[in-house]
Design a protein around this ligand. Structure first.
Ligand code: NAP
Length: 319
């Protein structure tokens, strides 16, 4: 790889959307490079069990992400482990700046940067991160064997991770700000059936307390009566959704009020040849399978875009 090389396609992000895009791009014979700053798999790699990806009744998130990565690599896609600092659209080509000073150029770019865990923004959350505060039960659950933990949230992630923690911890409190879960019915039923999980309805965590050994309590507030109480716990696992990683999205690309990128049905932004896929894109359902679907659509559309661009350049060339 040299700074002057012009790729057909750069893929930013190695989660299910980016890796699926790589598979389709390689099958379309696009000269492709995929850039990912961490391990391949994105958020899925941190999920305990995935039960809704077709073809796998139950598979660990890590194993599924490995399969995605191995599949993409089987086509020989070039991969770089770098942080992308900027995505810069141009007229003749687009480019991507990396943390080591490299500048990659390509006819088309697919941004699959996903999202990051949303924070509660309460006292103690940042200070005790890694000392009892966590956003990943699969990564940190092991440390809470026979201990008490509080899980915050009411979506699929909170329900799923509370169930995972119930296999390890002595007691799991699931604090949700409303009186009904947002997560799927099947997960709700499993939570209700799990005797180690106690649901704290209409409850928010307002403060995380700790001593020299780490987290030892949370302050809870009843959202109806506004009464406060303290609950002893050694861990706080926060699963309250995520924020789109839109820092790399260049100016001129439309986003909705929540910061998700608006694309057309080809996952193409207002800038020709710049595609956004997966959890960063405005859409109805953020699932592994929809991320993979986006990756497929964008890569096929990118292949058409690159082919058209190249053939028009060839036709315009003087004899
Ligand atoms: P989510 O569906 O957006 O749920 C976030 C939860 O956190 C909601 O219950 C919300 O409460 C609560 N919440 C948000 N902000 C809060 C705050 N400041 N304080 C307290 N609670 C707050 O997020 P998610 O569970 O991370 O899931 C994200 C997407 O991934 C969803 O589309 C989900 O279906 C998908 N996912 C799927 C699976 C699966 O299918 N197995 C697993 C994980 C994630 P309200 O309900 O009151 O808004």
């Amino acid at each position: 790889m040299t700074d002057s090389k012009l790729y057909d396609l750069i893929i930013v992000g190695g989660g299910p959307a980016g890796l699926t895009a790589a598979i389709y791009a390689m099958r379309a014979a696009l000269d492709t490079v995929l850039v990912e700053k961490g391990v391949h798999g994105g958020q899925v790699a941190n999920s305990d069990t995935v039960e809704n990806y077709p073809g796998f009744e139950s598979i660990s998130g890590f194993e599924l992400s490995q399969k995605f990565s191995d599949h993409a690599k089987s086509y020989g896609v070039e991969t770089l482990q770098n942080e992308v600092l900027a995505v810069e659209p141009g007229t003749d080509f687009h480019q991507v700046r990396l943390d080591d000073g490299q500048v990659l150029k390509a006819h088309a770019i697919i941004v699959a940067a996903g999202g990051s865990p949303r924070k509660l923004n309460i006292p103690g959350e940042d200070a005790y991160y890694g000392k009892g505060v966590s956003y990943c039960a699969t990564c940190d659950g092991f440390f809470y064997k026979d201990k008490t933990v509080v899980v915050v949230g009411g979506g699929d992630a909170a329900l799923e991770e509370a169930l995972f923690l119930a296999k390890i911890a002595k007691q799991v409190y699931l604090a949700h700000r409303r009186d009904a879960f947002r997560g799927s019915r099947i997960l709700q039923q499993r939570v209700f059936d799990e005797c180690k999980i106690e649901v704290l309805w209409n409850t928010i965590v307002t403060k995380i307390k700790a001593d020299e050994k780490g987290v030892n309590a949370v302050v809870l507030e009843d959202t109806k009566s506004h009464e406060e109480r303290e609950l002893a716990t050694e861990g706080v696992f926060i699963f309250i959704g995520f924020e789109p990683n839109n820092a790399l999205v260049p100016g001129g690309v439309a986003m909705n009020a929540q910061g998700y990128v608006i694309t057309d049905e080809k996952c193409e932004t207002r800038i020709p040849g710049l595609f956004v896929v997966g959890d960063l894109r405005q859409k109805y359902a953020r699932q592994i399978v929809t991320a993979a679907g986006d990756g497929c659509i964008a890569a096929l559309a990118a292949a058409h875009y690159v082919e058209t661009k190249k053939s028009s350049t060839e036709c315009a060339a003087p004899e």
